[in-house]
Design a protein around this ligand. Structure first.
Ligand SMILES: [Zn+2]
Length: 280
C-alpha cells in the first residue's frame, strides 16, 4: 500500500512539475507575443513607409499602389525610401489640390479613380495626359518633379485659355508645397516676373490674360517667361478674387467676359493692377 501511495505521489508530483513548466513556458510566450505586438504598434509610426508599401514588378516598372495614385517607377531608378517619400507626397498633394480648388478627380477620366504617374530617368519635360489621368514625371531623383503641377492639369481638366491652365498649375505647385519645379524651381514667381516686364517679352506678356489657346512657343526662353508670368498673374487673382471666383474664370469658355461680369472690372484692369503691384 505504502509503496503504491509513494508511486502515486511521485507520479502526481511529475505531472504537476510538467504542468508548471508548460504553464510557465506558455505565459513567457504570451508575454513575448504581447511585447512583440506592442512593439509593432509603437514602431508603426516610426517605421519608414517603404516597409508598408506594396511594391510589385511589372513590365520593367516597380508598381506602387497608394490611396490616390499608382506610381510606375522605372526599374532601378529610385530606391524604396525615395519611392516612399514620393508616394507620401503624391497622396497628400492630390488631396490638398482637390480641397484647394474644390474639384474632385473625375473617375471617368482615370483608371481606378487614381492618377497614374510614370516616373522615369532622363532629361525630358514632365507632362500630363489629362483625359487618361496619366502624368509622366522626370527629375524625381533630384526631387524636382512637378507632381502637383501635373495633378492640377488632371483634376482641373476643363479649361480654355492656356495662361490660366499653366498659371494655375505653376501657382499651386508652390502654394501646395510641391517640390521646386519648372519653371521657377522654388523662386518666387513675382520676383522672377519683374525680369520679364522690360519690353523684351511684350509678345509673351500680351498672351497672359488673353483667351488664346497656345500650342507652342518660339523658344524655351519664351515658354519659361509665359509660365512664370502666368503663374504670377493667377496668384494675384487667387489672392484678390478668391479661389472660387478664380476657378469660375478658369473654367469659362470666355475668361475675359467672365471676369468682367463677375467682378465689374475688365481683364486689362486686373492685369494693370497686377503689373503695377509687381513694379512697386
Ligand atoms: Zn503644365
Amino acid at each position: 500500500m505504502l509503496k503504491k501511495a509513494t508511486r502515486l505521489y511521485f507520479f502526481i508530483a511529475i505531472i504537476v512539475a510538467i504542468s508548471a513548466v508548460t504553464f510557465w513556458r506558455i505565459s513567457v510566450n504570451m508575454s513575448a507575443n504581447k511585447a512583440n505586438s506592442l512593439n509593432a504598434v509603437q514602431s508603426n509610426e516610426k517605421v519608414p513607409k517603404a516597409e508598408q508599401l506594396n511594391l510589385e514588378e511589372e513590365n520593367g516598372y516597380i508598381k506602387c499602389t497608394i490611396q490616390r495614385a499608382v506610381l510606375w517607377v522605372e526599374k532601378d531608378y529610385l530606391n524604396d525610401d525615395e519611392i516612399k517619400e514620393m508616394a507620401d507626397r503624391i497622396d497628400k498633394g492630390i488631396n490638398k489640390a482637390e480641397e484647394y480648388i474644390g474639384i474632385k478627380l473625375d473617375e471617368q477620366y482615370t483608371i481606378d479613380n487614381k492618377i497614374h504617374y510614370y516616373i522615369k530617368d532622363g532629361n525630358f519635360r514632365s507632362y500630363a495626359e489629362a483625359e487618361k489621368g496619366i502624368a509622366h514625371l522626370s527629375h524625381a531623383k533630384d526631387k524636382l518633379s512637378p507632381y502637383i503641377h501635373e495633378a492640377i492639369h488632371i483634376i482641373a481638366k476643363d479649361w480654355y485659355a492656356t495662361w490660366l491652365h499653366e498659371g494655375l498649375a505653376v501657382h499651386l505647385n508652390d502654394r501646395l508645397e510641391g517640390w521646386p519645379s519648372y519653371p521657377n524651381f522654388g523662386t518666387d514667381v513675382d520676383e522672377l516676373s519683374r525680369n520679364y516686364i522690360n519690353g523684351e517679352f511684350d509678345n509673351i506678356l500680351k498672351l497672359v490674360g488673353d483667351n488664346t489657346f497656345i500650342s507652342g512657343f518660339g523658344s524655351e526662353k519664351e515658354r519659361m517667361a509665359f509660365y512664370i508670368l502666368s503663374g504670377s498673374f493667377v496668384r494675384f487673382l487667387d489672392n484678390n478674387l478668391g479661389t472660387d471666383q478664380l476657378m469660375k474664370i478658369y473654367a469659362a469658355e470666355d475668361p475675359i467676359a467672365e471676369i468682367q461680369s463677375a467682378t465689374g472690372k475688365s481683364m486689362e484692369e486686373w492685369k494693370k493692377m497686377w503689373i503695377d503691384g509687381l513694379l512697386k
